[in-house]
Ligand binder design. Structure first.
Ligand code: ADP
Ligand code: MG
Length: 559
């Protein structure tokens, strides 16, 4: 049986494309600029192998011209242009990507910087425009052509005049309606911010005439408005620059420019991965806790770029929760995107990158702990809690990954210590890692329960954070030493002789203890004699897994 070709209702298809692919209208500018950049790239790649072509960097740029009187926005490029046939094929056929063809034809050479691949981005211009006009002259051609379309009804192509090689895309913006405003795409500041957001790292200059208010030359008290052509984008992203040429200052400026924070970053990480998965990442650990960090509004995530074009502002999948304080971005040319160039959720590459990044951050923190203790402690003051939550929410390999990054205040050292430091100092006969829970270090130090352990000369870790004891319960042990609360009934210290004596004394005082229990009724489970007290007459002890302090936290939690 002969296979028949599908018929598509192209009008409907185009309508669907225009209205249901993109979540935001402003994306059209990203798409049109990406096409312009691709068009210039094509000349650049051609020039690599064609000696008759000379690629003078200065002659290649993108120009944006808003015209309020005519309600048009024009994006011009000095790229490769299109022949009549290319107009027909690339702009007359939905999902036909001349750029993908170009990339495939040039696979042996470079070409991997080309952005286009789906052949749909161009039509996003109909989200904001009633009429789209393309005036273009192809490299090596004498005739220019004009393509024009009002959207779903079709398009026309006719010869026209154009002096230079390249393409002008002219968008006749839609009239404002009650719900939608299109005027914004004619405003300098709005255009500038869209360009900065999505296209900042396009490799060619994106120029626009901007009006600036400046102090007058002869009288700097008065200001005058000056119109001036400016390049809006930064072009070379910091992560594409040579690591050796970058100074601390460059990273700090980038951090501020990107509004990752208003503080200085405590640490930056520059990753250039060239293995199974290729990506660049610039990551920052902020010095201070972001103001909204512990609020519901805080969203973790890294910016995600594909070939220098912003795909996603906050890609949450790139960071585990316990590193949610990390800021920065990832750029990769290996991502599989869906046609709106949003990332596919279950993308393998993305998962690999996330794993890789997690590992890198962990290693950097370990290094910081080793090499710059003071800085690490500053970090830990801000975000240690998050790491402890990570251990508590034990998931995958969290425990193993994070246990060496934990720190607690030590009774002996009178400062923060790691578990490794604690264990390496333990006398041979000490069985457990001891900890005491309380509101503050001062209050814990006065706890009667700590006396016996301290008397033995053993170190005690002070837990002052809600999550401390919970996370340690998840950890169970560190280097085969289990954790023991100084409040637990069996401290593993009293020897047998003591125990027998305890029992004898206990018998003697039974009547008194029973009376005490009666008076306290439900408030205690029992009253017993204890050997652990030195200077204090009485203390609380717990038997079960849940300590008094944990109970307090659990009771305070909203149901
Ligand atoms: P994609 O960029 O994914 O290929 P588009 O719908 O954005 O899809 O563009 C379709 C095709 O139209 C491009 O592949 C390219 O061949 C052609 N094209 C679009 N804009 C331009 C331009 N400014 N200059 C030259 N060719 C262009
Ligand atoms: Mg495109």
């Amino acid at each position: 049986m002969a296979t028949k070709a599908f018929k598509a209702e192209s009008k409907k298809l185009l309508d669907m494309m225009i209205h249901s692919i993109y979540s935001q209208k402003e994306i059209f500018l990203r798409e049109i600029i990406s096409n312009a950049s691709d068009a210039i790239d094509k000349i650049y790649y051609k020039a690599l192998t064609d000696d008759s072509l000379n690629f003078e960097k200065d002659s290649y740029y993108i120009h944006i011209t808003p015209d309020k009187d005519n309600r048009t926005l024009t994006v011009s490029d000095t790229g490769i242009g299109m022949t009549e046939e290319e107009l027909e094929n690339n702009l007359g056929t939905i999902a036909q990507s001349g750029s993908l063809t170009f990339k495939n034809d040039n696979e042996a050479k470079d070409g991997h910087d080309i952005i286009g691949q789906f052949g749909v981005g161009f039509y996003s211009s109909f989200m904001v425009a009633d009429v789209v006009t393309v005036i273009t002259k192809a490299l090596g051609s004498d005739q220019a052509y004009k393509w024009e379309s009002k959207g779903a009804d079709g398009y026309s192509i006719e010869p026209c005049e154009k002096d230079t090689v390249g393409t002008d895309i002219i968008l006749k913006l839609k009239e404002n309606t009650e719900d939608e405003n299109y005027d914004e795409f004619l405003e300098e500041y709005r255009l500038r911010s869209i360009i900065k957001k999505y296209s900042d790292f396009i490799r060619y200059p994106i120029k626009m005439e901007v009006t600036e208010s400046r102090p007058k030359k002869d009288n700097d008290k008065e200001f005058e408005e000056v119109k001036e052509e400016q390049t809006i984008n930064s072009m070379v992203p910091i992560w594409r620059k040579n690591k050796n040429e970058l100074k601390d200052e460059d990273y700090e400026n980038f951090y501020n420019e990107k509004h990752y924070g208003y503080d200085k970053p405590l640490k930056y990480i520059n990753i250039q991965a060239d293995g199974v998965v290729r990506y660049h990442a610039i990551l920052y650990i902020p010095e201070n806790i972001p103001f909204d960090y512990y609020s519901k509004e805080y969203e973790k995530g890294l910016e995600l770029y594909s070939n220098g074009v912003l795909i996603m502002e906050k890609c949450a999948d790139l960071l585990p929760d316990y590193f949610s304080f990390v800021k920065g971005l990832v750029d990769s040319e290996d991502l599989s995107l869906n046609i709106s160039r949003e990332i596919l959720q279950q993308d393998k590459q993305l998962q690999l990158i996330a794993k890789n990044i997690k590992h890198k951050i962990q290693k950097e923190l370990e290094k910081l702990l080793k090499e710059d203790r003071e800085k690490y402690e500053t970090f830990y003051k801000s975000f240690g809690r998050q790491l402890k939550y990570g251990v508590y929410m034990d998931y995958g390999s969290n425990k193993e990954d994070l246990q060496d990054l934990l720190m607690f205040y030590s009774s002996k050292e009178k400062k923060m210590v790691t578990l490794n430091e604690y264990v390496s100092r333990m006398p041979e006969e000490q069985k457990y890692i001891y900890y005491a829970v309380g509101e503050s270090n001062e209050k814990i130090a006065r706890l009667p329960q700590t006396e016996l352990v301290a008397d033995k000369g053993y170190e005690i870790l002070y837990f002052t954070d809600d999550v401390d004891e919970f996370s340690i319960k998840m950890l169970i042990s560190y280097k085969e030493k289990s954790f023991k609360s100084v409040s637990s009934s069996d401290l593993g210290i009293e020897d047998d002789k003591d125990k027998k004596q305890d029992e004898a004394e206990e018998k003697e005082d039974r009547a008194l203890f029973d009376k005490m229990k009666d008076v306290l009724s439900d408030q205690v489970k029992g009253v017993r004699a204890s050997k652990r007290l030195k200077t204090h007459p009485v203390c609380f002890a717990t038997e079960g897994e849940v300590s008094i302090e944990m109970e307090k936290v659990l009771n305070a939690m909203p149901n």
